[in-house]
Design a protein around this ligand. Structure first.
Ligand SMILES: NC(=O)C1=CN([C@@H]2O[C@H](COP(=O)(O)OP(=O)(O)OC[C@H]3O[C@@H](n4cnc5c(N)ncnc54)[C@H](OP(=O)(O)O)[C@@H]3O)[C@@H](O)[C@H]2O)[C@@H](O)CC1
Ligand SMILES: Nc1ncnc2c1ncn2[C@@H]1O[C@H](COP(=O)(O)OP(=O)(O)O)[C@@H](O)[C@H]1O
Ligand SMILES: [K+]
Length: 475
């Protein structure tokens, strides 16, 4: 059993891959062995996270997730806990492993109740796992609702019941802890997964997964070491093109973020002709006209607060920039123009798109709900279509590129949901590109650092985009 911490990468396996792993393992093990291991792991974790809990409600469902709960119930009963089992389903319809666990439960004299209990100290959610295929209803919904609404902590087995293992969608139990079995599933880390799962634990049940991961949970960015004999020309030049009238702040945020992120020199090309010759408070930033910049040799973040005006620069920017980050209004302009989409596809140089779900939906010609319905797929599809790295922002930011395994970023939290933090990310990615040989890695590292800065934010101190930019660094 391992606690899932975000200081290392983790392989993630979706439903189909996990089913294959389970089938192969089950074929080489004695009957019921996997479920027995699962039940023991759950029971041990229950003791560890809630050592003083005496009344334990194990809410079991109609499949093998319920079986895991029944196996755990037998242990907890033997260890002296006041266990109550409920079964949302019929005992004679349980699949074989779960039916065996039910028989053991009855033989051990574990109390089984017809009605949901009214008080308990620890809830164990064994209603549904990988087999969750539609919204919870009837007895499952009643048990899930009662358990989630209680002040007593919930330990979810494999997944918070109702959560889709692949997408992180679905109305589900809200757990304080989730122990994921055999594999870690992508849905635990994106969409609604983070809020539903609480603290995460992983038990491989003694099975080494031979399956290629469906996705990767991103690990920390390595600390960048700069040579002593270094000069600013080695650390990458960044230009930010954006900031139409009334939206200069977005471009300034991206530029300051690139600077704090370690870029050697940062240029700001405001689209507001009345912007002025310097950025107040930031003498390090050089204000230039966008067409006076050597785009062919620098990293460009384009779009931040660019408004409609940015569309006119895009043909030149797309074809000239050495490294390119496209954000916000640049993405909207590309979504609205098939010839820009074609230019993007043909660029052939490192390019990172940083859409939030609505921007991704516009680019894909679909709805935000559909993007959010399968964030991994949406990011991959957009990457394939645009031949670029895609950073699909939000809870569990997805980073994808054509022909590679996508990753999900584990850092960041709801405090980032404030205006301008996306501009800060665009600037940081632009700073990361010139000092990395791999745009996908550069983007993933910048996203990790951006989120980590928010995770490390002192309690009680407001997190604003400007303050975030000042606290960023890539080395
Ligand atoms: N076999 C083993 O040894 C091991 C198994 N393991 C454990 O097994 C879990 C997977 O088990 P599982 O495949 O049986 O799926 P599970 O999630 O229990 O439920 C499926 C049942 O629920 C039903 N159902 C679904 N949605 C519903 C809804 N909304 N409302 C009502 N019913 C609904 C669905 O019905 P159906 O869709 O078929 O009509 C079916 O009857 C996995 O997550 C892990 O915990 C691991 O311990 C490893 C060892
Ligand atoms: N709950 C969350 N968890 C992690 N990151 C988040 C969360 N909410 C927002 N973010 C991050 O905050 C940033 C917001 O960007 P965006 O939506 O473009 O805002 P803006 O346009 O105001 O700059 C993105 O990097 C996004 O991933
Ligand atoms: K569950």
């Amino acid at each position: 059993m391992l606690k899932v911490t975000f200081d290392r990468p983790w392989p993630l396996h979706g439903t189909a891959a996990t089913r294959r792993i389970e089938q192969e393992a089950a074929a080489s093990l004695p009957a019921h062995a996997l479920m027995e291991r699962a039940g023991l792991a759950v029971a041990r974790l229950a003791l560890a996270i809630a050592p003083h809990a005496h009344r334990v409600w194990v809410a079991c469902g109609p499949g093998n997730n319920g079986g895991d709960g029944l196996e755990a119930a037998v242990h907890l009963h033997r260890w002296g806990k006041a266990v109550t089992v409920t079964l949302a389903g019929s005992p004679d319809k349980l699949p074989p492993d779960a039916a065996n666990a039910w028989r053991k439960c009855r033989e051990a004299g574990v109390p089984v109740a017809d009605a949901l209990p009214s008080a308990w100290d620890l809830g164990i959610d064994a209603l549904l796992g990988l087999g969750s295929s539609r919204p919870l209803e009837d007895a499952l919904a009643a048990a899930a609702g009662r358990m989630s609404a209680s002040a007593s902590p919930v330990l979810a087995i494999d997944l918070p019941s109702g959560l889709n293992a692949d997408t992180g969608n679905g109305q589900s139990v809200r757990a304080a802890h989730t122990v994921s079995l055999l594999t870690l599933k992508p849905g635990l880390f994106t969409g609604a997964g983070r809020d539903a799962a609480g603290e995460l634990w992983f038990d491989d049940l003694g099975v080494q997964a031979a399956e290629a991961p469906t996705a990767q949970l991103a690990g920390p960015a390595p600390v960048r070491v700069r040579a002593h004999a270094s000069h600013k020309g080695l650390n990458g030049d960044v230009a930010v093109i954006g900031g139409a009238p009334g939206m200069a702040g977005a471009a300034v945020l991206a530029a300051t973020s690139a600077l704090c992120g370690g870029a050697g020199r940062v240029f700001l090309a405001p689209l507001d002709t009345g912007f002025g010759a310097a950025v107040p408070g930031w003498p390090e930033l050089m204000v230039r006209a966008w067409d006076a910049l050597p785009l062919e040799s620098i990293s460009v973040a384009c779009g931040c607060g660019g408004g409609d005006a940015v569309a006119a620069m895009l043909p030149a920017v797309l074809s000239r920039a050495k490294w390119l980050v496209l954000d916000a209004d640049a993405l909207n302009a590309i979504a609205a123009d098939a010839s820009l989409q074609e230019t993007l596809r043909r660029r052939g140089r490192p390019t990172v798109l940083t859409p939030h779900p609505l921007e991704a939906a516009r680019l894909l010609g679909t709805s935000t709900a559909q993007v959010q319905g399968d964030r991994l797929r949406a990011a991959q599809e957009l990457g394939e279509r645009s031949k670029a790295v895609v950073v699909l922002k939000g809870s569990g930011t997805v980073i994808a590129a054509p022909g590679t395994t996508p990753s999900i970023n584990p850092t960041g939290n709801g405090r980032l949901a404030t205006g301008g933090t996306g501009d800060v990310l665009a600037g940081l990615v632009a700073a990361a590109l010139p000092v990395s040989s791999d745009a996908l890695q550069a983007a993933a590292h910048a996203v990790y650092r951006h989120g980590k800065a928010a995770d490390d934010w002192p309690a009680g101190e407001p997190l604003t985009a400007g303050a975030l930019a000042r606290r960023l660094h890539l080395d």
